[in-house]
Design a protein around this ligand. Structure first.
Ligand code: ADP
Ligand code: G3P
Length: 496
């Protein structure tokens, strides 16, 4: 019987279990959405227990739907929404608060205070990040400050912190492993990406006891085995973990210096592999650990856009002007231009390159002639403009041209968006045959650890193109449209 690798992809809006075969093809998938909590303006939370049960349901379903028996699973790879923070009790294994999601702004005051105390450069230098509610560190501090008795328990070594990878590995292993990988550790604001250690000075500033933190390991190695009851009497090695954007970079086979990908999911995340160099950005990009493999780490530059596909969800659920996400393409194509309408989807502030957590969304250029079609088109265009902001910054920082952009994530099915993206960037946009590259990357990392695949060279051969979008728009039109976007961004940042 053929063996498979199971990837568990725990995203912001849904969990998935996907079985991959030896050619890197999808054999079977299962997916579960779970509840989003918005307790206050700008706050986003998840229930860590519900995340766990969504994962176990997906595991059961994917096994049931495929012909695979648990013993046919050679290994499990985990990939996760990053920065989302869980703190749980060491004895009971129960979370002491909801999972504070990466998008959540509830640590704004903590961040303002840290910035006022002049710590930004120190955090930037050591972690490659900047002080923003996005990252896990201030979320852990917030939980310890706000949950009754939490700080004392933490100081007594009774609490554990983890990003979602850590939480899932802990649960899958029946509480045996408390680990994370380099890519996830590099999103916490607590990990020194040059020395590859939890940083005592930063932990002291954040007032977080080191005893809560997981052990940091390679992204491709066996961390633990699953407890038998999750796999119907069978132990399976948990052999890979990486943050979803890093896993997508790996799944897109961007193994060489200068190769980049953009993932269009809830947010958009552009990552460029910079190999052994930790490139320091002058334009608001993040420096991050791409992965740890064979005892060595590699670095990446990242541009993080907080709202992308979620703006399409807002058209559907908030404005109710589309019934489903694919319909956005139909409406966008019904008009030949957005006729001066710009939507800046700064619903939870702005990430790269602006880093303005106080900004909020805005729409410009409305006339009596504005229709639903223009608004839908402007929303899709905003995803492409935001990506151009990031890619331009990346090109300047890395001092090199981008020849093409590999793309993935839920929204890349939208051909209008892909064409407009290529027009804006002036380079080809390459959509691979397997767009579940996040899960594929996690499968690759796990498969390499157990010898299911031999090398990155072998994996490169799997990457196949589905469609290539080439730039068609003339320079003048492109400049006019993009200049309009820049004005809209400026105006958004003034109004707050
Ligand atoms: N055809 C489409 N056009 C535009 N956006 C889409 C389309 N299909 C899906 N999306 C968007 O993609 C997102 C889902 O992508 P996915 O990669 O599953 O996200 P995540 O991993 O962040 O949960 C949703 O926000 C959805 O609105
Ligand atoms: O769940 P996604 O795919 O939107 O990814 C979330 C990112 O990892 C947040 O940094």
């Amino acid at each position: 019987m053929e063996k498979y690798i199971m990837a568990l992809d725990q995203g912001t809006t849904s969990s998935r279990a996907i079985l991959f075969n030896h050619k890197g093809e999808i054999v079977e998938t299962a997916q579960r959405e779970f509840q989003q909590f918005f307790p206050k303006s700008g706050w986003v939370e998840h229930d860590a227990n519900e995340i766990w049960t969504s994962i176990t349901s997906c595991i059961a379903e994917v096994l049931r739907k495929s012909d695979a028996e648990p013993e046919n699973i050679a290994a499990i790879g985990i990939t996760n929404q990053r920065e989302t923070t869980v703190v749980w009790d060491k004895t009971s294994g129960k979370p002491i608060y909801k999972a504070v999601v990466w998008q959540s702004r509830q640590t704004q005051d903590i961040c303002n205070e840290l910035r006022e105390q002049g710590y930004n450069d120190l955090f930037r230098e050591k972690t490659g990040l900047l002080i923003d509610p996005y990252f896990a560190g201030t979320k852990v501090k917030w939980i310890l400050d706000h949950v009754e008795g939490a700080r004392t328990k933490a100081e007594n070594g009774e609490l554990m912190f983890g990003t979602i990878d850590t939480w899932l590995i802990y649960k899958l292993s029946g509480g045996k492993a408390h680990v994370t990988d380099y890519s996830n550790a590099s999103r916490t604001l607590m990990f020194n990406i040059h020395e590859l250690t939890w940083d005592d000075e930063l932990l002291k500033i954040l007032d977080i006891p080191k005893s809560m933190l997981p052990e940091v390991r390679d992204s491709s190695e066996v961390y633990a085995e699953t407890v038998e009851y999750h796999f119907f009497g069978h132990k399976v090695p948990i052999a890979g973990a990486a943050g979803d954007q890093h896993a997508a970079l790996f799944g897109q086979a961007c193994f060489d210096d200068g190769m980049a990908k953009n993932t269009y999911g809830t947010g958009c995340f552009v990552l460029m592999n910079t190999g052994e160099k930790a490139v320091k950005s002058e334009h608001g990009l993040l420096t991050t650990l791409a992965w740890g493999l064979d005892g060595k780490v590699e670095y990446a530059m990242e541009g993080s856009i907080f709202v992308a596909g979620s703006a399409i969800q807002w058209l559907r659920d908030g404005l109710k002007i589309i019934d489903n996400s694919p319909q956005s393409e139909v409406y966008a194509k019904r008009v030949t231009e957005s006729s001066g309408v710009y939507l800046v989807p700064a619903f939870v502030g702005l990430g790269t390159p602006y880093w303005d957590s106080d900004a909020r969304g805005a729409m410009f250029g409305l006339t009596r002639g504005t229709t639903r079609e223009h608004i839908v088109r402007a929303t899709l265009e905003a995803l492409a403009y935001q990506t151009k902001d990031v890619v331009d910054a990346m090109i300047e920082d890395a001092n090199m041209d981008l020849r093409s952009l590999r793309v993935d994530g839920g929204a890349v099915k939208n051909n209008f968006l892909m064409q407009f993206q290529s027009d804006m960037l002036g380079v080809s946009v390459e959509r691979p045959a397997v767009t579940e590259t996040t899960a594929l990357g996690a499968a690759y990392l796990a498969g390499l650890a157990v010898g299911y695949w031999e090398s990155k060279e072998e994996l490169k051969q799997h990457w196949k193109i589905d469609e290539k979008f080439e730039p068609e728009m003339d320079q003048q039109q492109k400049d006019e449209l993009y200049n309009g976007w820049k004005k809209a961004i400026e105006a958004t940042q003034v109004f707050k």
